[in-house]
Design a protein around this ligand. Structure first.
Ligand code: WTA
Length: 648
């Protein structure tokens, strides 16, 4: 019997870039993409060197790549400063007074920082870090709300060669503690609090808890954001605004080795200890800059909004480093999409004339659930390009995004990548690639992505297998901080000679990549291996369904039975009759093999804090057991408690 993952869902809709879009785009036809892609894969070093050459280097590299599998070094001998590339080089010419960050707080405050102003703040805060003893190579933990100071702190670290490790502001004291221990950070940058869904989040208090008994951290720098009454530990804690009074705005950017560490970002392993993904300077910045330029096809007058928090890799690469290295105007919004009303995003787009919106499938599904009347209230005609990242997007959610947000006019770039890859790896080029709902389409220049079977052989069209990358790329993670053995085992031991992504995928006859789900989540029903994404997408294509997660549970006859957890659109009534209809619907869309054995309605699904559905927990629940696995990355424990209760 074949071990490959089967695929049954057929998607026939294809959307070609419009002529106007293609005409104005950097890459304006599929033929151009293919030609450049072929060349870039034949000579990746040549392609990446040309791209790196668009950055400002204080000293040019002598060697493009040193590849001692699985360890890569890019642009050896080169020296550069990431903050200089994001700021200083825009200070000559008209970009000097261009908005770099347009920020809006959840309660409604508005601030704009031009490149000149952002540069000044970064230089000053870099001097604050120096004043507080931070040196090149030191780790600095950043735990902030989504305010300009979060980006300022990151860029200030980069400016002096300190290594930032941003911890998402929604994480708990426990998470901060683990990450402090693992990274060995001695300085923390935080705020008294932040705003989320009308409530204040007590950031400084969480830091205080995390620091109980910790003697390694010698300095906590606190930005005043929410006017909370907080504890200040004499000798350890200082106020951001007071420190800024002691310093001037002169901080020349030193050049650092291309392979100097830029940041560590922790990503939850599916089990156990989080992994400190290490990225370095020259390669990372090259990929972030290049992908932003081509995939968002940035223009000088774009108003670009990436809705991710700086606590995630998307916030690092596409809210801070990628767009600022390109001299873009970036919108940054602190709060929840449904505060005070479910139309907050659409109001922001209309207010600032946002032209590019980059968001996540989880948000899109929430918007669908909340109802079409919210986007319909606002003028969204400024938008010209849409993007998604984070999960496979269900084709019906993609269609909704295209019609209701993009007005049927904007191309959608569905971008596949990971914390580990540092930058987008598979995505359409908006002026060149015909798109189909649900696929990230084709690999980016220089990226040798493939789908292989358990023996590492490339599989044929529409056969599912493991998604791997066969050649190193500049923004590839360099290691797991402090754990080379785990780095080798996790990413380089599964398929010989290849980087293993952990995702299952197939390529269709046009070579497009369809992510079918995480390999660990693949279902095995009567000898058929099915990815989770197709069954979920079939459910979401039913007009009553907002969101779905499917998992396997042990079944004596079939090996595994399919259990689907389903949330309904606002106003839909959960009945047994509907359950039967949904089972039939999946049977029609995919085939009888994928028909769920059981459907369970839920008010919400358990998700990570970055919005990914946690199937692992649902699987334990569906198998009849209680949930024993790690729940520390779960966004809302209440969701799980509710699901368990229904089960009893
Ligand atoms: C999933 C986020 C399908 C995938 C940048 C990957 C996607 C994991 C897509 C990485 C997409 C991300 N289509 N699946 N467009 N984008 N994923 O580290 O499983 O938070 O391996 O990085 O998200 O998640 P991470």
């Amino acid at each position: 019997m074949s071990n490959s993952i089967e695929s049954h869902l057929v998607e026939k809709r294809v959307f070609k870039p419009t002529r106007e879009f293609a005409k104005a785009a950097r890459i304006g036809s599929l033929a151009d993409y293919r030609r450049l892609y072929e060349a870039s894969i034949k000579q990746p070093e040549k392609f990446w060197a040309a791209q790196a050459g668009e950055l400002r280097w204080q000293q040019k590299w002598t060697k493009v790549l040193e590849w001692k599998p699985p360890f890569a070094k890019w642009f050896l001998g080169g020296k550069l400063n990431a903050a200089e590339n994001c700021l200083d080089r825009h200070l000559v010419g008209p970009r000097r007074n261009k908005a770099a960050i347009i920020w809006e707080g959840e309660p409604g405050e508005k601030r704009t920082l031009t490149y000149h102003q952002l540069h000044r703040e970064v230089c000053k805060f870099a001097n604050v870090l120096k004043r507080n003893g931070v040196k090149k190579g030191d780790r600095v933990l950043i735990y902030m709300p989504l305010i300009p100071e979060a980006a300022i702190a990151m860029l200030a670290c980069a400016r002096i060669g300190a290594v930032h490790s941003v911890v998402f502001g929604g994480f708990s004291s426990e998470s901060i503690k683990d990450r402090l221990n693992d990274s060995g950070a001695q300085v923390v940058v935080t705020a008294d609090g932040g705003y989320r869904r009308g409530q204040t989040v007590t950031l400084k208090q969480n830091v205080d808890h995390a620091l109980e008994g910790n003697t390694a951290v010698r300095r906590v720098i606190v930005f005043r954001r929410a006017n909370l009454d907080i504890h200040i530990e004499e000798g350890r804690d200082v106020w951001w605004h007071r420190e800024m009074d002691y310093v001037n705005a002169t901080c020349p950017p030193a050049g650092f080795d291309s392979e100097h560490p830029l940041f560590i970002l922790y990503t939850s392993g599916s089990t156990g200890k989080p992994k400190g993904i290490l990225h370095t300077t020259g390669g990372y910045l090259t990929s972030a800059h290049t992908t932003t330029k081509f995939i968002f096809d940035l223009r000088e007058d774009d108003v670009y909004w990436c809705t991710a928090d700086v606590g995630w890799i998307t916030g690092h690469s596409y809210l801070v480093y990628g767009p600022l290295a390109n001299g873009a105007t970036c919108v940054m919004y602190e709060g929840a999409p449904n505060w005070p009303e479910p139309d907050r995003f659409w109001e922001i787009i209309a207010n600032y004339g946002v032209t590019i919106l980059y968001t996540a499938p989880t948000a899109i599904r929430a918007f669908i659930k909340w109802g079409d009347e919210h986007p319909a209230k606002h003028d969204l005609t400024s938008l010209r390009l849409l993007g998604t990242v984070g999960e496979p997007i269900n084709p019906e959610a993609w269609m909704w995004f295209r019609d209701k947000i993009g007005g049927g006019r904007c191309p959608i770039v569905d971008t596949w990548w990971q914390t580990e890859t540092g930058a987008i790896m598979i995505a359409p080029l908006p002026g060149a690639t015909p798109t189909k709902p649900g696929t990230a389409t084709l690999p980016f220049f220089g990226i040798d992505a493939a789908i292989v079977d358990d023996q590492g052989r490339e599989v044929g069209p529409n056969e599912g297998g493991k998604l791997v990358v066969r050649k190193p790329w500049p923004s590839m993670l360099r290691t797991i901080f402090g754990d080379k053995a785990r780095y080798k085992k996790t990413y380089w031991s599964e398929v010989k000679g290849c980087y293993f992504t952990g995702d299952g995928a197939r390529r269709d006859k046009d070579g497009y990549f369809w992510i079918v789900g995480r390999i660990d989540d693949v279902l095995n029903v009567a000898g058929h291996r099915l990815g989770t994404a197709e069954v979920e997408s079939a459910l979401v294509s039913h007009p009553s369904v907002a969101e779905a997660a499917v998992v396997g549970r042990p079944d004596e006859i079939k090996g595994q039975g399919v259990v689907a957890f389903v949330t309904l659109r606002e106003g839909e009534i959960p009945t047994n009759d509907l359950k039967e209809k949904l089972r039939k619907h999946v049977g029609h869309a995919i085939g009888p093999i994928a028909k769920p054995d059981e459907i369970r309605f839920a008010d919400a699904l358990p998700k990570t804090r970055s919005g990914k559905i946690m199937r692992r927990l649902l699987k334990e629940l569906a198998g009849g057991g209680s949930v024993t696995g790690d729940t520390t990355t779960l966004e809302d424990l209440g969701v799980l408690a509710k699901l368990v209760k229904r089960d009893e």
